[in-house]
Design a protein around this ligand. Structure first.
Ligand code: AMP
Ligand code: GLY
Length: 430
């Protein structure tokens, strides 16, 4: 089967690497891809916002399955346009993608179907939001309703910060994504992610993971797209996963059917493990980046089979098989990220890093210059990923590989996995 993968990040490199391992995969195309993806796939320049051009490409190249990596094309309706042309798509419809694309849509759905999440209220004007803030006070979480590249959430510890956030959002800081504001109770607990495949009706639970959103060691510094991740997440043990399935994922999939828009694709639940049990922080309608990278390292099952069964409503009785090992990813980013950074610095040593056993380096913002050297062209650039019998062992291997990479303009966190490693130490000591 010919497959088209949409995207250009570390997540998509991990998906490409895994799709390519399947005997079912004939030609893998990627649009637009990056330097790493182009080693696994035929990279093509397609404007993914031009849905008819994507459909035409699929017809011309006998593409039978389109796997969409990032959320933006899904929220824009790419899956609907391709399905109308009879092409199978791994990813939800425009309506169902509101689970990520509209925070108020998801909060209203949770309220209606009794899915545990933070208490909230939605506002379409500044005065009403400020009045609510005055009444409820801080701490409070202020969210722009729409997609804001991960920057639309402000966890305000004091009323002044909350007020500024409300004024900024209604003032247009996030454009149309800020037409509505959601104000939420601040939940307390440890965060974790859980992933499941849904074919509209049937659900195949995948696994749990945890990421590190802050830029610097000790979970300090500004929020980023994620500086590292690992799976499994010790905090999401079997009992917690069963509870997440029963109270959060299953009711959501039922609800989407009831509202007439069955959910097809991977559902990524961002969770807060509170004293009252797991609660939903947010949904994403795609794999996490970088969570996908360690997940793909641990997945034994054939990804083409799983994605095809998801897209073709054929997941009944299906399951995913995982390595007993843990996997951990360290993100290497360009100095300055998540703020301004330079592009074009040369990276060497990736091949040396991959000589370490059980290590794979997934590319994010990379390209080749005219001399054929690997260069950094993005904020997050490399995802050094390793397997280990424990998270501590995966961590050690990943950092040994990071040491082999020569890139003075890059930086990385030194403590990815600290929570899980501390827990493993605690268990050994107990
Ligand atoms: P989101 O974009 O919704 O994932 O939010 C980004 C981050 O903000 C989350 O990963 C949490 O760390 C934090 N956050 C969002 N909502 C809440 C909440 N209700 N309580 C506490 N933290 C939250
Ligand atoms: N790593 C967080 C995300 O993909 O949204």
């Amino acid at each position: 089967m010919n497959i088209l993968l949409i995207g250009s990040g570390g997540r998509e490199h991990a998906l490409a690497w895994k799709l390519r391992q399947s005997p079912l995969c004939h030609t893998l195309f990627a649009a637009p891809g990056n330097a790493g993806i182009c080693e696994e796939a035929d990279c093509v320049s397609l404007d993914v916002n031009d849905f008819s051009a994507v459909a035409r490409f699929c017809k011309d190249n006998a593409v039978k399955l389109v796997a969409v990596g990032p959320e933006a094309p899904l929220v824009a309706g790419l899956a609907d346009a391709l399905r109308e042309e009879g092409i199978s798509v791994f990813g939800p419809s425009k309506f169902a993608a509101q689970l990520e694309g509209s925070k108020s849509f998801t909060k209203d759905l949770c309220a209606k179907y009794g899915i545990p999440t933070a208490a909230y209220a939605t506002f379409d004007n500044e005065a009403a939001a400020l009045a609510y803030l005055e009444q409820h006070g801080a701490p409070i979480v202020v969210k722009a309703d729409g997609l804001a590249a991960g920057k639309g959430v402000i966890v305000a510890e004091d009323a002044e910060t909350a007020e500024k956030a409300i004024r900024d959002i209604f003032g247009g800081a996030f454009g149309a994504a800020g037409a509505k504001v959601v104000l939420e109770e601040k939940m307390k607990g440890e965060e974790a992610s859980f992933f499941a495949l849904c074919d509209g009706e049937n659900i195949v639970p995948l696994a749990g993971a945890q990421d590190h959103k802050r830029a610097h060691d000790g979970d300090e510094g500004p929020n980023t797209g994620g500086m590292g991740a690992y799976t499994p997440a010790p905090v999401l043990d079997e009992a917690a996963q069963a509870r997440v399935m029963e109270r959060i994922i299953e009711p959501t999939v039922r609800a989407m059917r009831e509202v007439g828009s069955p959910y097809v694709g991977v559902l990524y639940a961002g969770l807060m493990m509170t004293d009252e049990g797991p609660k939903l922080v947010e949904y994403n309608v795609r794999f996490g980046d970088p969570e996908c990278q360690p997940l793909m390292m641990r997945l034994n099952s054939d990804l083409v089979e799983l994605m095809q069964a998801t897209a073709e409503h054929d997941l009944a009785g299906g399951s995913a098989d995982w390595s007993e090992r843990a996997a951990l990813t360290v993100v290497m980013a360009t100095k300055g990220y998540p703020g301004a950074y330079e592009k074009g610095s040369v990276i060497s040593g990736v091949e040396r890093a991959e000589e370490e056993p059980l290590v794979k380096v997934f590319h994010a913002g990379t390209a080749r210059n005219e001399a054929g050297e690997l260069i950094a062209v993005g904020g997050r650039v490399l995802n050094v990923t390793a397997l280990g019998d424990t998270i501590a062992e995966a961590q050690k291997r990943a950092y040994a590989a990071v040491e082999k990479i020569d890139w003075p303009e890059g930086f990385y966190r030194h403590d990815i996995g600290w929570r899980a490693v501390a827990r493993e130490g605690g268990e050994r000591g107990a």
